[in-house]
Design a protein around this ligand. Structure first.
Ligand SMILES: [Zn+2]
Ligand SMILES: [Zn+2]
Length: 239
């Protein structure tokens, strides 16, 4: 959580990042989720007639498990039907079947090689989310030049995976950014150390005979640890 002061923001993207931090969400997870929703909305609306998308499907583009279901849900929500989803999944399946039939005619080592090369579903929604995460990481590095943002980022509930993403971006940036981020990472590590201590106490108290000893703070640490590892998108969102 940030202090009472509002973070200075110059455009809509920065306002969104500031809001995520002020609401105790991981700003990178939030950006990733925003990108996923935008992509799914676009696919549900125009994906079935998008020629560019068809061409990419010819090159092996498909949908991962999560976003196949996400697309179906989004379309149902928007149009009360799942026709576009059916058109898109059929288009992917037709191409996949052709490729699988060809692979199945090969010998075992050829099949193993083909399967190894095609394990990735090449989901465009995942790719968009990854791009959004990278863009957000770069943006956070810039924003950290401001003292209020730097303070807020030190205290923020950045999830573990995204802390690595932003940290890696910082480590590859200029000396100035590196110095700023070593200070922010140090504060983050202190935060995580406090969380770990509290989580260990919660775990210690979680046996049947000690359950009544669990404090509110320990309970909050348990919930925070799940957000730390699982990310913190706003799960109530459905648009
Ligand atoms: Zn995150
Ligand atoms: Zn995906």
């Amino acid at each position: 959580m940030t202090g009472p002061a509002r973070l200075p923001a110059r455009d809509f993207g920065e306002i969104r990042l500031a809001e995520a931090l002020e609401r105790g969400l991981c700003p990178v997870c939030d950006a990733r989720q925003e990108a996923v929703y935008a992509a799914l909305r676009g696919l549900a609306r125009e994906g079935a007639t998008d020629r560019g998308l068809r061409a990419q499907m010819d090159d092996g583009l498909g949908f991962c498990q999560i976003h196949s279901v996400g697309l179906a849900r989004m379309e149902l929500l928007q149009t009360s039907s799942q026709l576009a989803t059916a058109v898109l999944l059929d288009a992917v399946l037709r191409r996949r079947l052709k490729a699988m039939k060809k692979a199945a005619r090969g010998d075992a080592s050829g099949q193993a090689r083909w399967l190894g090369e095609h394990a990735d579903q090449r989901c465009p929604v995942c790719a968009g989310a990854d791009e959004a995460a990278r863009t957000t990481a770069r943006r956070l590095l810039e924003l950290s030049a401001d003292a209020a943002w730097a303070r807020s980022l030190g205290a923020a509930e950045i999830c573990l995976a995204d802390l690595y993403v932003v940290w890696a971006a910082a480590a590859g940036a200029t000396k100035e950014v590196q110095a700023r981020w070593s200070a922010i990472v140090a504060v983050q590590l202190e935060r995580l150390e406090g969380l770990e201590t509290m989580l260990a106490e919660y775990a210690h108290n979680s046996t049947a005979d000690r359950r009544h000893l669990i404090t509110d703070e320990q309970q909050r640490a348990a919930a925070a640890s799940i957000r730390l590892f699982g990310g913190s998108p706003d799960r109530d969102r459905n648009r």
